[in-house]
Ligand binder design. Structure first.
Ligand SMILES: Cc1cc2nc3c(=O)[nH]c(=O)nc-3n(C[C@H](O)[C@H](O)[C@H](O)COP(=O)(O)O)c2cc1C
Length: 327
């Protein structure tokens, strides 16, 4: 059996499988099941900025709207019921219940409301803090630079307030993703999660109402984070975590050889039950043995070491090959 021990954000994990922020990690029972199935670490369900606002009795709602809609009211109710105080309890309970790193998560669009809470999260014993920064460009006037600067400002503000290892989860929709990732690393993050999977919007053709689209990913969605981790991991000095589309041991293998320190998993555990994590772990272990790697660390980033290290190899060449294949 290969040595699966993994260093991520300066923490020691028994293996590189991390359960992503989702409902499973919103309760100690789910966290225990995940750890029993083999999780190397868990990212707690996010505390939403709006929940903090609600607990503080703030009148700024979802996205700062002055006219609360359903989402706004939901967040306020959630905030009152499961706000930051409940979140601090969850961190403390999770720390007592399991012996793997507990990564707290905050979903934020500003730093206005939660400066104190970042410190409370640290005080409660979280091992690291993941920021899910969900900036949705809706204005016709806002420039890409303004949006990116807003992102860096959030990171710098939080970095100034907490000593915890800090990791940022971003979406894939940036024109110049390499530069954004490098700037985030320069702003002091210890790791970057590629990628957040945004709420999927669908439309009911009869009621013409927006409705939730399909909530869970498939393995086919792995290709996007895989490409970017392969391109960036040898160029930017930060810990990369792959999120979106990791469903099998081979998905984990591909992410690791592309350079990821860890993989994060959510949908696969909803589709196959939490114990599926042990199957993924077993497949990863079997692959390492079969390929003669004594440790997961030895396999990490092998794609770059195998000579496919120039970003253009991963982009243009693959595109050309795909076109040739299609013919
Ligand atoms: C039911 C559910 C709840 C989620 N809640 C959160 C959340 O609170 N915060 C967050 O950062 N991501 C959340 N996510 C996104 C996951 O953490 C993950 O990034 C995404 O599902 C892609 O990974 P996957 O392909 O393994 O599902 C949620 C996902 C699911 C399925």
């Amino acid at each position: 059996m290969a040595d699966l021990e993994t260093k991520y954000l300066g923490l020691t994990l028994r293996n590189p499988l991390v359960v992503s922020s989702c409902e499973i990690t919103s309760k100690v029972t789910g966290i225990r099941l995940a750890v029993d199935a083999g999780a190397g670490a868990v990212v707690l369900k996010s505390l939403f900025e709006e929940q903090i606002n609600a607990e503080l009795g703030g009148d700024q709602g979802f996205a700062g709207s002055a006219f609360p809609d359903e989402a706004d009211l939901y967040m306020r109710e959630m905030g009152k019921a499961h706000g930051p105080r409940g979140y601090v309890n969850l961190i403390e309970d999770a720390r007592r219940a399991v012996d793997v790193p507990i990564i707290a998560s905050v979903n934020c669009i500003s730093t206005r409301w939660w400066a104190d809470y970042a410190r409370q999260i640290e005080g409660a014993g979280a091992h690291a803090l993941e920021l899910n920064i969900a900036l949705m460009p809706l204005s016709l006037d806002e420039t890409a630079e303004e949006i990116e600067n807003h992102l860096y400002r959030i990171v710098r503000d939080v970095r100034a307030q907490v000593n915890l290892p800090l990791v940022v989860k971003i979406g894939p929709y940036f024109t110049a993703l390499p530069r954004v990732v490098r700037n985030l690393a320069d702003a002091g993050v210890n790791g970057i999660v590629l990628f957040n999977r945004f709420y999927q919007l669908d439309i009911d053709p009869v009621s013409l109402a927006p409705v939730p689209g399909y909530q869970y990913s498939t393995s086919s969605e792995l290709h996007l984070p895989l490409r970017w981790v392969a391109i960036l991991s040898s160029q930017v000095d930060t810990d990369f975590s792959v999120s979106t589309g990791v469903h099998t041991g081979m998905d984990a293998v591909k992410s690791i050889v592309a350079g990821a320190k860890v993989v994060q998993i959510a949908s696969a555990l909803y589709r196959n039950k939490i114990k599926h994590l042990s199957t993924i772990l077993e497949e990863l272990d079997q692959w390492l043995d079969a390929q003669g790697y004594a440790s997961v660390a030895a396999a990490r980033g092998r794609l770059a070491k195998a000579g496919k290290h120039k970003p253009e190899d991963l982009e243009r060449m693959q595109y050309v090959k795909a076109l040739a294949g299609a013919r």
